[in-house]
Design a protein around this ligand. Structure first.
Ligand SMILES: C[S@@+](CC[C@H](N)C(=O)[O-])C[C@H]1O[C@@H](n2cnc3c(N)ncnc32)[C@H](O)[C@@H]1O
Length: 299
């Protein structure tokens, strides 16, 4: 058995021992148990796990079994089926993948600064209102990147009612985003101007870290929201950042999701997807106008 470092601590790298597909470790994960867990993951998060995700699921959930001092995955499944909210939250937090970074896929932020904002300033002149929703915000790097672009345009946005909503299903990453404190390694590739303008040096335990400034934070509202549940927002959103999350959903889930997003946008509003994501054969309410940049079509 090897232990490999990953974002959330340690993953157990397991080797199947037999054709039954059980693993040489402290718990057995039978095919039936894995299949039931896949159904529960799908029900609670929309995430469709393929057969190849078995080791990943084992690694992430075995930690829950140990924490709860349970003897088997069957016991854990019974617990989940009782629907106790605290464990369901731990469960959904454990199965999400939260990889993100500041200015990930930088062309989207260039587009936002150079094309979308100047255009919105003209379109929304009467309202003087700008709304952006970042719907899979993870630990906050994505919404803070958007917020930096908005602050850099603050002269033109003076007097505007500008709001950025950052939501995610995972309560742990959301708490991280709200706190807005990051290790220096997270800022590789960001200009020193941006770092010094928008982040303050702070002491976090034994470490020196960087904290999003109060001014930057004041632009972003973090809220927990499961995309599979009802959305309390009314819109309209000038832009929705829905990046690197639909890859985890099946096509029907994606279809339903984008219909609901289209209902929160006006013709001409923008939708940003992740680099490997597309609306092709999923939703015809938007037209592709750039690299994974879509624009809402008229009704
Ligand atoms: C790979 S991260 C992408 C983060 C960021 N959007 C980016 O592109 O860098 C995917 C995020 O989607 C969130 N997520 C997964 N299923 C979700 C759901 N049903 N509702 C809301 N967020 C979800 C995860 O918690 C995770 O933080």
């Amino acid at each position: 058995m090897h232990r490999g470092a990953r974002g959330r601590g340690y993953t157990l790298m397991l080797t199947p021992t037999s054709a039954t597909g059980t693993f040489a470790n402290d718990f057995q994960l039978s095919q039936a148990e894995f299949d039931r867990i896949r159904v529960l993951v799908r029900e609670h998060t929309g995430i469709a796990l393929s057969e190849s995700k078995r080791q990943l699921v084992y690694g992430r959930l075995a930690r829950r079994l140990r924490a709860l001092k349970l003897g088997s995955f069957s016991d854990y499944i019974l617990l989940l089926e009782k629907g106790e909210p605290a464990e369901l939250e731990e469960f959904t937090n454990a199965v999400t993948t939260n990889l993100t970074s500041f200015f990930r896929e930088p062309h989207h932020f260039e587009f936002l600064a150079q094309q979308m904002l100047p255009e919105a300033l003209k379109r929304n002149t009467g309202l003087r209102r700008l709304r952006i929703w970042c719907c899979a915000a993870s630990t906050g790097e994505e919404p803070y990147s958007i917020a930096m672009v908005l602050r850099e345009a603050q002269e033109s946005l003076k007097g505007w009612d500008t709001k950025l909503l950052a939501t995610d299903l995972d309560s742990n990453v959301l708490a991280h985003g709200k706190r807005g404190v990051y290790g220096h390694d997270r800022f590789a590739g960001m200009s020193s101007n941006r770092v010094s303008r928008f982040f303050d040096e702070v002491r976090d335990g034994k470490d020196n870290k960087l904290s999003a400034s109060g001014d930057l934070r004041s632009l972003v509202t973090f809220k927990q929201l499961n995309l599979m549940h009802e959305w309390p927002m009314k819109g309209p959103f000038d832009a929705i950042f829905c990046r690197n999350v639909i890859i985890y959903f099946d096509k029907d889930t994606q279809r339903a999701l984008f219909e609901r997003m289209a209902a929160l946008q006006r013709p001409g509003d923008y939708l940003f997807l992740g680099h490997s994501e597309s609306l092709y054969r999923v939703c015809d309410r938007y037209e592709l106008i750039g690299r994974t940049i879509y624009r809402r079509l008229p009704d």
